[in-house]
Design a protein around this ligand. Structure first.
Ligand code: SF4
Length: 393
């Protein structure tokens, strides 16, 4: 099959091969993506399932690691056939920030050492983009209209970077105006890229219900463990442009990573960000430390032998994830929290996947979900009450 390219926009992380599910070959999105990846071979496939799925099911560490890397080279264009809108899978022991998630695709062509997709997508590692975005928007509209008294904060960055393919898909050209029309829903685009051209072009006409969020880290972490992402400075430039275009900014200091000189690194990061970003234009800031499933330890060691991340002071926490030992974890969160509060005491900051007890230890009492966090800790227009008793760190 040959489809001639008609545009010259090329993603910075282009796949080596496109797998095109036969049933979506004529879809607008599939044609657009293919046309913007000139020279990338296109192979028609009959199935919408991940081609690596059967192969990696019960395979050993080496094969799993190799296949996860291999999955980043192919891009499968197919239909999504599951439920589009889902409540973020928090846990009972953590304070949940009530995010709803919708995934326009799966997998990420970037390659951060600590990326949890290495375990989460271990059986489905091939990159995917779903072409039935009209059904996605329909499902969101149906849900938010059915519950007009509930507030929906919807993120597209759970299993894919929200903007990494946007120059290929133009998906934000649909999503952002769609959310601008909703009275009880807000879109969060979460990224480590600087792929903001469409957002800037849309500008302030539609920016009212979209928050553009960046995952940010100290420069040494960005340099050593966030391969192929935009550099810290590139993200700052992108933040400045998006802010100028009328969007509110979200920030995720997540995961905080321990390294020699981490205090200076994170202090510098906070200072440099707020030299660019207006604190009054920040929708929310989340803070959390490194965490991952134990099975990911060996995958990280195999895929990133140079990284120091797997060799930190992690232990198996009660939620079944590897986390830094508690004193270090709280020390790091408190430090960054304090830096943020020095910028502005009303900066809407919250901890992601942390216990009520951690909230009390870091922020001095529970709940600290004030009015400025209404968009984060609300589902029905009322703030969640964070239970203050009997929770462990
Ligand atoms: S940008 Fe996010 S999704 Fe992509 S590899 Fe890094 S951590 Fe994973």
């Amino acid at each position: 099959m040959s489809i001639e390219p008609s545009a010259s926009i090329i993603s910075s992380s282009r796949p080596e091969r496109i797998l095109l599910a036969r049933e979506v070959a004529e879809s607008v999105l599939a044609k657009r993506v293919i046309s913007r990846l000139p020279g990338v071979p296109v192979e028609l496939v009959d199935d919408h399932q991940d081609p690596l799925r059967a192969k990696v099911g019960n395979s050993g560490l080496e094969t799993r690691s190799r296949d996860f890397s291999a999955g980043k080279k192919d891009l499968l264009l197919c239909r999504y056939k599951g439920d589009w809108l889902r409540a973020c899978p928090g846990t009972n022991s953590h304070v949940c920030c009530n995010l709803w998630t919708v995934n326009p695709g799966e997998g990420c062509p970037l390659d951060c050492t600590y990326c949890y997709l290495q375990s989460y997508l271990k059986r489905n590692p091939t990159l995917k983009l779903y072409t039935n975005t009209d059904e996605m928007l329909g499902a969101i509209e149906q849900k938010v209209k059915a519950e007009p008294s509930r507030f929906f904060r919807v993120g597209t960055g759970e299993v894919i970077d929200s903007l990494v393919w946007d120059d290929l898909t133009d998906s934000t050209l649909e999503l952002v105006p769609f959310f601008a029309r909703q009275s009880n829903a807000l879109l969060e685009l979460k990224t480590k890229t600087a792929n903001i051209g469409n957002l800037v072009d849309l500008g302030s006409r539609y920016s009212n219900n979209t928050v553009v969020s960046w995952s940010v880290n100290a420069k040494p972490v960005n340099f050593e463990d966030e391969s192929a992402t935009a550099s810290f400075d590139e993200r700052l430039l992108a933040m400045a442009e998006v802010q100028e275009a009328g969007y509110r900014i979200g920030l995720h200091f997540d995961p905080l990573i321990y390294f020699s000189g981490w205090e200076d690194g994170y202090q510098d990061a906070v200072r440099e960000i707020f030299e660019v970003v207006d604190p009054d234009n920040v929708a929310w800031v989340s803070v959390s430390t490194l965490r991952y499933k134990p099975e990911m330890q060996e995958v990280m060691e195999t895929r990133f032998p140079e990284s120091k991340i797997p060799y930190g002071e992690q232990f198996l926490a009660k939620d079944g994830k590897m986390r830094y030992v508690q004193p270090l974890r709280l020390k790091m969160i408190k430090f960054v929290w304090h830096q943020l509060k020095q910028v502005s005491n009303t900066l809407p900051s919250y901890m992601c996947m942390e216990s009520p007890a951690a909230w009390r230890a870091v922020s001095g009492g529970a709940p600290v979900a004030g009015e400025e966090l209404r968009e984060v800790f609300t589902r029905k227009g009322r703030l969640n009450i964070i239970q203050p008793q009997g929770s462990e760190l």
